[in-house]
Design a protein around this ligand. Structure first.
Ligand SMILES: [Zn+2]
Length: 398
């Protein structure tokens, strides 16, 4: 059985290089090209408490670098998943990816302040935390409105500017009794406390920044109802900066394409939306007139008729024209909109005493039809048939 791994990251979250002795290295049974190495001590933070593990390399003097692909912890033993075997007993050096680690520290410390404020102000617990390379989410046990989130975000950033101290320590059992701390679950063993001066005290195993100022900035980027509470997505530090820079770039391009300044983008957008609505209305009127004209040009001796038009037409317009055709001509009248290649959507109407579903039954004999409705009007879509096939079906109707 392996001894507990010494967690060097616990003592100093800012160290990036370390040396260690290889306790064991075995082939990973679940993978052809991975090995699992246990060291006597490590700076690699494992996947734990909702946070994904550190990245980095292990080096054995005179040999190629060994990549650390994953890091897991079980019963206080830390397992490094590596891409090469390492001899047991070897002295190795390791280096963690500091940019990745520091980003995780920024996100995690930001989360503590956020959750501390939520807990104090609303009494809600953080019941789920996820920190990966792409997302940072917290699940709170109660509802938080947009205004609440805006207010909490402002307070967290206030705490960041105050540059408060963050310290991690292992209190004695006696000391722990007098500390009022947040905890996600009933913890066993030595409990590590992370205290953000004036804002939060929480049991936590992860590395944190030393001063809140190092978090830089916290931005809420989304929220949703989740299991009766609220899931909040945040970004801190460089991640938040990149997100906001990308957004700024996007809106700059948008302003450029509208030939206006950033300030005017919302009003310009609203104006364009109104123009689009107006154009759609005009187009719909014109299409209706054209279809009506086509309908009046159908030869009088053709009892049952169908018209074809391109896709993208307003179904309400089609329905009105079909109703007019039925009222003027009786029989079965249909309008098909789309094209031979991608298929047609249709609306078919019939005079009193007839059943439009009978046309569907006939169409089904030659092509793939979906849809239905009442006897006076059916609608649906048809695939695998061209306009000529459909015309033939209508011509053969009694
Ligand atoms: Zn934590």
């Amino acid at each position: 059985m392996n001894l507990q791994t010494i967690k060097l990251y616990d003592e100093n979250a800012y160290e990036t290089e370390f040396t260690a002795k290889v306790i064991s290295c075995k082939k990973d049974e679940k993978s052809d090209d991975r090995f699992i190495a246990v060291l006597d001590r490590t700076l690699f933070f494992p996947e734990e408490g909702g946070q994904t593990p550190d990245k980095g390399k292990i080096t054995l003097q005179g040999e190629d670098d060994i990549n650390v692909i994953d890091v897991q912890i079980k019963d206080e033993v830390i397992y490094h998943y590596v891409d090469k075997a390492i001899s047991e007993g070897a002295e190795v050096s390791g280096v963690i990816d500091w940019i990745h680690r520091f980003s995780n520290m920024q996100q995690h410390s930001g989360e503590h302040i956020f959750s501390g404020i939520v807990n104090k102000q609303f009494g809600y617990d953080n019941v789920g935390f996820h920190l990966s390379d792409s997302v940072v989410t917290m699940d709170y046990s109660g509802q938080l409105s947009e205004e609440d989130l805006f207010d909490i975000e402002k307070k967290v950033n206030g705490a960041i500017y105050e540059n408060r101290e963050i310290k991690a320590f292992y209190p004695t059992k006696q000391e722990l009794l007098s500390i009022d701390y947040r905890s996600k679950k009933e913890l066993t063993g030595a409990i590590r406390i992370v205290e953000v001066d004036g804002y939060d005290i929480c049991a936590c195993c992860a590395p944190h920044v030393r001063k809140t100022g190092e978090i830089g900035i916290l931005k809420v980027i989304g929220s949703q109802n989740y299991k009766g509470g609220t899931r909040v997505s945040i970004l801190c530090g460089f991640r938040a900066l990149k997100y906001l820079a990308d957004e700024h770039d996007m809106i700059l391009k948008l302003a450029g394409s509208m030939s206006t300044s950033i300030d005017n983008v919302p009003s310009q957008f609203e104006k364009q939306q109104e123009e689009i609505s107006e154009l759609k209305r005009k187009l719909s009127d014109a299409s209706e007139k054209l279809l009506m004209k086509d309908a009046t040009e159908i030869p009088a001796d053709m009892k049952n008729a169908c018209l074809f038009t391109d896709g993208g037409m307003d179904p309400n317009v089609i329905r009105r024209v079909v109703n007019t055709m039925v009222a003027d001509r009786g029989g079965y009248q249909g309008i098909f909109f789309g094209d031979d290649n991608s298929g047609y959507r249709f609306i078919i109407g019939s005079a009193e005493g007839l059943n439009s579903n009978d046309v569907l039954s006939e169409l089904k004999k030659c092509c793939n039809v979906r849809g239905g409705g009442k006897s006076a009007m059916v609608q649906g879509s048809v695939e695998g048939a061209g306009a000529d096939d459909i015309r033939r079906v209508f011509a053969a109707l009694q």
